[in-house]
Design a protein around this ligand. Structure first.
Ligand SMILES: [Zn+2]
Length: 247
């Protein structure tokens, strides 16, 4: 006894197995932009989680203090692929926890007590593929085949990048690298093959003044919530824009 798939018309003994394995019959296709965003988020604020059941697919949570950024991402994925961002924990709760567990590292300063929002990207075969490729031993490792493009880089920059100012007029873009800090050469090469020449200042991939301008323009316009990370001309403007989202 077989069942005909409504989508591809083929016959299957176990139709659910077909659906869970098929990329065309049950799951919406991703646009190129959506796929690139998933890669960039995996490098940054996103965490790819294993399937919750056999035959299921991996999903992603994206945590951030920047609610506007998560709302923008939600708008790029839509309800079929994502769940509207929710408040995950308030700054007050985080502060309370930190007080309860004095060993908790609070050296990062006040930001640790900001409200944290979470966007969930629904289970999808593309995430299973990313999970397999990017978490070889259950911890994240950027694959050696990784090739940046403007959208991937933008999602990574929003997550882990930013500008630092040497004075009121000179800003330099940099990416924090966390888990990949032992791969300086690999990280710099990701940019070099696209015509950039960043340097390594542990644990940051840093751009010079011209490189910063070139990078910001290559990535395209800032998404809502991160306009300040693109404002490299005026420190005053930068501070104002940043205040808007962190206040
Ligand atoms: Zn089918």
């Amino acid at each position: 006894m077989t069942v005909e798939c409504h989508s591809c018309g083929r016959e299957f003994q176990v139709i659910n197995l077909h659906y869970s394995k098929s990329q065309s019959c049950t799951y919406p296709d991703l646009t190129e932009e959506q796929h690139n965003l998933l890669i960039g988020l995996t490098m940054g604020d996103g965490c790819v989680q294993k399937a919750r059941r056999d035959g299921g697919h991996a999903s992603m949570t994206v945590s951030s203090t920047n609610e506007r950024w998560l709302r923008w991402l939600f708008s790029r994925f839509g309800e079929r692929l994502a769940v509207e961002p929710v408040l995950k924990s308030t700054g007050a709760e985080l502060q309370e926890n930190a007080a309860k567990y004095p060993k908790f590292d609070n050296s990062g300063g006040e930001w640790e007590y900001s409200d944290i929002y979470m966007l969930r990207i629904r289970a999808h075969p593309a995430l299973t593929q990313i999970r397999e490729e990017w978490y070889p031993d259950d911890t994240i490792r950027y694959p050696s085949t990784l090739d940046l493009n403007p959208t991937i880089t933008k999602a990574w920059y929003c997550s882990d990048g930013g500008l630092s100012w040497s004075d009121r007029e000179h800003a330099f873009a940099a990416f924090g690298t966390h888990n990949e800090a032992d791969r300086a050469e690999f990280l710099c090469r990701l940019f070099r093959i696209h015509g950039f020449d960043p340097n390594w200042s542990e644990p940051l991939v840093r751009f010079d003044l011209d490189g910063t301008k070139q990078l910001l323009s290559w990535m395209g316009p800032a998404p809502p919530g991160f306009e300040y990370k693109w404002e490299h001309r005026s420190r005053e403007q930068y501070d104002e824009l940043k205040q808007e989202v962190t206040a």
